[in-house]
Design a protein around this ligand. Structure first.
Ligand SMILES: Nc1ncnc2c1ncn2[C@@H]1O[C@H](COP(=O)(O)OP(=O)(O)OP(=O)(O)O)[C@@H](O)[C@H]1O
Ligand SMILES: [Mg+2]
Length: 334
C-alpha cells in the first residue's frame, strides 16, 4: 500500500521524568505522523528520547515519567484520553510493540507456542487448538519451523528468539507496529534478513511501522520517512532518500558522516565532536549549538522552529531561518 493519510499523529508531545534532581524533559514538543503502510523511522543518539516517545504512544510510561502535554491520535481516537478497557483493546490489537532487547524478554519457562497463544487467547475467542494453529502460521510467516512451537526460548538462537517476538507482535494483525531497536543485538546478516522479512510482511499485510534505531544505515534502508531526534526534539524530518543524500541539519550531517555508506565513493568518517547534553540541564537556544561547527550568535539565545526547507523536508536550524534554504550537494546515491 502507498503511504497516504495519517494512521497515527503525535502532536506537540512533551514527557518529563520527575527525578529527585529535578525534571528531565526527555521529549520536548515532538510532532510527527505515520501514514497507512508507511515505515517512519526515529533516529538519534542514545538518550535522545526515542523509547520514551514509543512508550508514551503505547501509554506504558511509569512514574517518574509524566506526559505533560500534547496529543496522540490513532485512527481518529485520542490515545491519551483512553480508559483502561480502551487501552487494553488498543494495545496489541491496534498497535503492537517489539521492545528494545525484546528477545531477552520472553518467558524462559513457557514454550514459544504457549507464549504466542497467550496473546491470541487474551484478545480473540479461539480454542486452544485454533490458537496453536494460528501460532504455527505466525511462525511460518517469520521463517521459523512449526516444530519450534514446543521449544523453550533458551533452545532458540538470538535471531530465532527475535523472530518469535515479532511473531507475537504480528499475532493480532495490528495496523501499526512499533519496533524499538528490533535487531540491535544480532549480527549484521541476521539483522538484514529479519528486516527484509518484516518489509515483505508489511507489503503483504499493509501495516505501518514506527522503526526506532540509532543505526543510520539500517534506518535509511528500511524507512520511507525519517525523523532525526536530538536531546528530546525532532530536528529534521524528510524522506529517507533525502535524509541520506541531502541532510540539512548540521546534526543530521554529523550522523550521516558517522557511518560508512555501502555504495558510493569512499569518504572519511568524521562523526560529531562532543556528547549529547545532560537532559536535566539542556543548553539554551538550539540544544545542538555547543557541538555545532556552524553555530552563530543567535543559536545560544533562541530555539529554532522546525520549518520547511524543501517540499516534505523540515529542519530546525537558524541557518535556514536567517539565510533561507541553502540546499547542500548530494552525498551519493542509495
Ligand atoms: N526512569 C528514568 N528516570 C529518569 N530519566 C530517564 C528515565 N528513563 C529515561 N530517562 C532519560 O530520558 C532521556 C531519554 O531516554 P530514552 O530511553 O527515551 O532514550 P533513547 O533515545 O531511547 O536512548 P537509547 O538509544 O539508549 O535507547 C534520557 O536522557 C534518559 O536519561
Ligand atoms: Mg531506547
Amino acid at each position: 500500500m502507498q503511504p497516504n493519510e495519517a494512521l497515527l499523529t503525535v502532536d506537540d508531545l512533551c514527557v518529563e521524568y520527575r527525578t529527585p534532581r529535578g525534571p528531565v524533559r526527555a521529549v520536548d514538543h515532538v510532532s510527527f505522523s505515520i501514514a497507512h503502510g508507511e515505515v517512519f523511522g526515529l533516529a538519534g543518539e542514545s538518550g535522545s528520547g526515542k523509547s520514551t516517545i514509543a512508550h508514551a504512544i503505547m501509554r506504558i510510561l511509569h512514574p517518574p515519567a509524566v506526559i505533560t502535554g500534547g496529543h496522540v491520535n490513532f485512527s481518529g481516537d485520542d490515545v491519551l484520553e483512553m480508559d483502561g478497557d480502551e487501552l487494553a483493546r488498543f494495545r496489541w490489537r491496534d498497535v503492537s510493540m517489539v521492545f528494545q532487547s525484546a528477545m531477552n524478554a520472553l518467558n524462559p519457562v513457557m514454550t514459544i507456542g504457549e507464549q504466542i497463544c497467550d496473546v491470541i487467547q487474551c484478545h480473540l475467542r479461539l480454542s486452544k487448538a485454533d490458537s496453536m494453529d494460528k501460532a504455527a502460521h505466525l511462525l511460518d510467516l517469520v521463517g521459523i519451523e512449526r516444530s519450534r512451537l514446543a521449544a523453550y526460548p533458551h533452545q532458540l538462537s538470538g535471531g530465532m528468539r527475535q523472530r518469535a517476538v515479532i511473531a507475537i507482535a504480528l499475532a493480532l494483525n495490528p495496523p501499526l507496529m512499533i519496533m524499538d531497536e528490533p535487531t540491535t543485538a544480532l549480527d549484521v546478516v541476521v539483522q538484514k534478513e529479519i528486516l527484509q522479512q518484516i518489509s515483505d510482511l508489511k507489503d503483504k499485510m499493509g501495516f505501518s511501522i514506527l522503526f526506532i534505531t540509532h543505526d543510520m544505515s539500517l534506518m535509511v534502508e528500511f524507512s520511507d520517512r525519517i525523523g532525526i531526534m536530538y536531546a528530546g526534539e525532532i530536528v529534521e524530518t524528510a524522506d529517507a532518500h533525502d535524509v541520506f543524500n541531502n541532510p540539512q541539519h548540521p546534526y543530521t550531517r554529523g550522523l550521516m558522516s558517522s557511518f560508512p555508506s555501502l555504495v558510493g565513493p569512499k569518504v572519511k568518517l568524521t562523526g560529531i565532536p562532543g556528547s549529547p547534553p545532560d537532559m536535566g540541564k539542556p543548553p539554551s537556544g538550539c540544544r545542538f549549538h555547543p557541538r555545532c561547527d556552524q553555530a552563530m550568535a543567535i543559536c545560544s539565545l533562541q530555539r529554532p522552529a522546525l520549518r520547511e526547507v524543501a517540499p516534505v523536508h523540515r529542519a530546525a536550524c537558524h541557518l535556514y531561518e536567517l539565510t533561507g534554504v541553502t540546499p547542500r550537494t548530494e552525498r551519493g546515491t542509495l
